[in-house]
Design a protein around this ligand. Sequence first.
Ligand SMILES: [Ca+2]
Length: 426
Amino acid sequence: MFVKSFLLSVLLASTSFASPAKCRPTSSESAPSTTGGYIKPGSGGSKYQNACPTKNGKYVGPNASKCFPIILDADAETDDLLAAIYTLKTDHADVRGLAVPGIGWAHGSAAANLADFADHLRPGSNIPVSIGAGYNLYEQDLALTLANASDPNPGCKYQKSVPEGFTGRVDSDILFGLQYLVPRTSRKWRDLRKWQSIEDDIKQWIDKAYAETGKKVTYFITGPATDLAQTLRKYPTLTHKIDQVVWMGGALDVPGNLYMVPGNPVGEYNIYIDCVAAKEIFNNAALKVLLVPLDFTNNLVLNAPFMSGLKALAPKSWEANFVHELLAVNRDTWYGGEEVFYQQYTIWDPLAAAVMFGEAGKVTFETSNKIDTVCTGNIEKDGQTIRSKVAGYKGANVKIAKTLETAPGGSVNYPIIKSFFKSLVR
Ligand SMILES: [Ca+2]
């Protein structure tokens, strides 16, 4: 993800590390509550028709062969939200849980937005929603080692690279001012009296999905991998019930995107922000990973016809209207203006969803069990995705998306975008 204010990134870089307490995420900055706006799906009392019903431990019905259980673990920034909508609009994606870790581009409390989406787009489905990890594993491990110190939450090393203010975490939390377009759920999706840890939630979701469907779960990550890595630390054999991890992340043969970490041209954001978690995923030979890195997403940058195409779709559905409004806000507030937006902006996470759903047109892949990341505590090098040269190293079986099918006229005509647009009006 790009930081929208270059000035801001300079400011961040030149600010000396604040005391730990000052750079903690604060729960008091959660979003205001508004309802209303363009109401469609789920309004008028209609209930989501579950396209993936189960009986006696397997899927039944006309879509049985296509259905698969999936958990979405999202960063809750613009393109994560788009990927969430895309996934919720894909009937054969049997969504079994939604989690938002609070260490990336939104606070964990932004899980409320996913609860709203889920209940608007799939009313009555009661998809479980949880707030994920509050700190990356680096910070968590450090806190453990300092358990008896006066401040057990040292924090701040990698997470600090995300801005809080203008177009940072607080703006993600409130959907960049567009929360009023999303009807608020009437479900009590978070019940503190029944609270359990995120790793227990995820284990429960996976166990239940596996028992009810007989299928291993797809774990779709559009932010850092903290929640899953944390879960696998506690329940290492859970890998037997995970079909694959689909992850938008990494940069192998292209530069990274850490514009807010001067001196690090190689790291990709989702890997960098919790490189300990990334390492544990890549090092886990029991996992299969479908990685959609910047190498792939760089192939598609949004253009003006893309935005016009989306605008034309807007009157046709709540989803298209919301997605258009959200991207338009991003375009209109982009540092450097519209021209720079059209040179830099893509929709990273929905592209990963399209690859996962097999709706991306022709895609080429590289397969390797040598993928690893640099994570040595040096912020100028960490977060780089590498092919390990360590003799005998054998990690996760990683399938890496490399190139996608293009079309004359740019992004709006690419098969992958046609699929995404189609998902918004079905
Ligand atoms: Ca993301």
